[in-house]
Design a protein around this ligand. Structure first.
Ligand code: LLP
Length: 435
């Protein structure tokens, strides 16, 4: 993945940095982000859309992975930002991210978050429901602002992906349904509200999607809805936000959707449907998260205990676990692993890689072929850049690993590793419990 290479000593490098040296200097476990790969993916989106549909903007979905330095890279690459909480917004603001390019998502924005976003003058609110329409309208009046909004709708598309990350269907906690009429009702209401400026609609049909035709289906429904809004509410919306969702290959046998092909499908479909319905072409927004950072990140561990159960399996445990990557336990997600200090050696045995958390489900990879694994070997799990660090926890009192940004010339922490001290930094002992 990315800039991974095996050097002349048979050791693995990322961005020309030897992982054996990195482990020695920075200690495991740690997340490694490949700067070149992040930038390459950002450019792939920009170039593809510039080529096929220039009236467009790509936003990076922060939830996949955000830190202040990451927000700086996204800004340098010319992408906008999708945030879903006051926390993500704070990180963006700390990075001095251009606020007019920030879209604020979420199905239950709190008054405090709305206040923060109004004060920061962010670009757009993606309003999820009627409660938020009223709240935002009222708060906008108090703050003497007229924010631009998009309404999140569900187009009734079932993307073929894990049900936990499927979001386009009518029965969803996100957005309002087109088919059941709730979306149109909310649009009419939004048009009438004095302190909001409705500019578009948004949908996100799911994540880790490989069938690009799913996006074309969503486009059909969304543009027909823009036409219906035109007829029923008398406004022509200028923005269509198609969300994120392009899949990445986590294992060798998975295909890699092509970003240029995606942009072309989007462009062709939008133009065809607008032409048919005689509508002006909208500005198209897309919001990839996983396909920007997924392949750019890996997690580097060290192997500790190895336990063989005769005729059953060999368990190889590493010094991290579901606390730094919940995806295998939560979604049954597949990953590949490599032993960086034996990167040129042939597979010799089948092992099961586990974490160190107190949970039987804390298994990273079942039955993977690897060179003979020994205690003290390094183990790299690739493609953990999206939803790895961002979904990490302190389960079992494990400090979160730090995030190292590597490139040809530099190796830098962009998130420092937590310490045991950090784990108690917010703890308070009431006097009556003091010893
Ligand atoms: N836009 C919206 C409104 C979203 O809800 C999401 C993801 C994205 C964009 C970015 O989607 P992406 O390009 O990353 O697929 N934790 C799960 C993924 C949850 C995705 C939630 N929303 C996982 O680890 O697979």
């Amino acid at each position: 993945q990315g800039t991974m290479e095996i050097n002349e000593n048979g050791e693995l490098e990322i961005g020309n940095q030897n992982l054996v040296d990195i482990a020695e200097e920075y200690d495991t476990p740690l997340y490694i982000m490949d700067e070149k790969e992040i930038r390459k993916n950002c450019r792939a989106y920009r170039e593809a859309f510039n080529k096929w549909y220039p009236n467009s903007q790509t936003l990076y979905a922060s939830k996949a992975f955000l830190s202040v330095a990451m927000a700086r890279i996204i800004d340098q690459e010319g992408l906008g930002l999708d945030v879903v909480s006051g926390g993500e917004l704070s990180i963006a603001l700390e990075a001095d991210f251009p606020t007019e390019e920030i879209y604020f998502h979420g199905n239950n924005k709190t008054p405090q978050e709305i206040e923060q976003a109004l004060e920061a003058d962010i670009g757009y609110f993606v309003v999820d429901n009627n409660y938020e329409l009223d709240l935002l309208n009222q708060m906008a009046e108090e703050y003497d602002k007229k924010p631009e909004i998009l309404l999140r709708v569900t187009p009734g598309i079932e993307a073929h992906t894990h049900s936990y990350i499927q979001t386009g269907q009518t029965d969803s906690k996100f957005g309002l349904g087109i088919q059941n009429g709730l979306a149109l009702e909310a649009i009419k209401k939004a048009v009438d509200l004095d302190n909001l400026n409705l500019v578009g609609i948004h949908c996100h049909i799911g994540s880790q999607i490989f069938k690009l035709e799913s996006f074309a289906k969503a486009i059909d429904v969304m543009i027909e809805f823009i036409e219906e809004i035109h007829e029923e509410a008398g406004v022509v919306l200028e923005q269509l936000n198609l969300g994120g969702g392009i899949g990445i290959p986590y294992t060798e046998d998975e295909e890699k959707p092509d970003i240029e092909e995606y942009a072309k499908i989007v462009a062709d479909e939008v133009k065809a449907v607008c032409d048919k319905l005689d509508l002006p072409l909208p500005k198209i927004i897309n919001e990839p998260g996983r396909s920007i950072v997924g392949t750019a990140g890996s997690t580097l561990y060290e192997v500790g205990s190895i336990k063989e159960i005769p005729d059953v399996r060999k368990y190889v445990a590493v010094d991290g676990g579901m606390s730094d990557n919940i995806r295998p336990a939560l979604y049954d997600a597949d990953y590949e692993a490599i032993i960086p200090n034996k990167a040129d050696q042939k597979p010799e045995e089948e092992v099961t890689i586990t974490g160190k958390c107190c949970e039987s489900g804390d298994i990273f990879i079942e039955d993977i072929e690897l060179p003979t694994v020994e205690t003290g070997d390094l183990l790299l799990i690739s493609c953990t850049g999206a939803y790895g660090y961002s979904m990490s926890s302190n389960y079992n009192g494990l400090p979160r690993p730090g995030v190292l940004l590597v490139s040809e010339d530099n190796v830098d922490w962009i998130v420092k590793p937590e310490t045991n001290q950090d784990l108690i930094s917010n703890d308070v002992v009431p006097d009556r419990l003091k010893k």
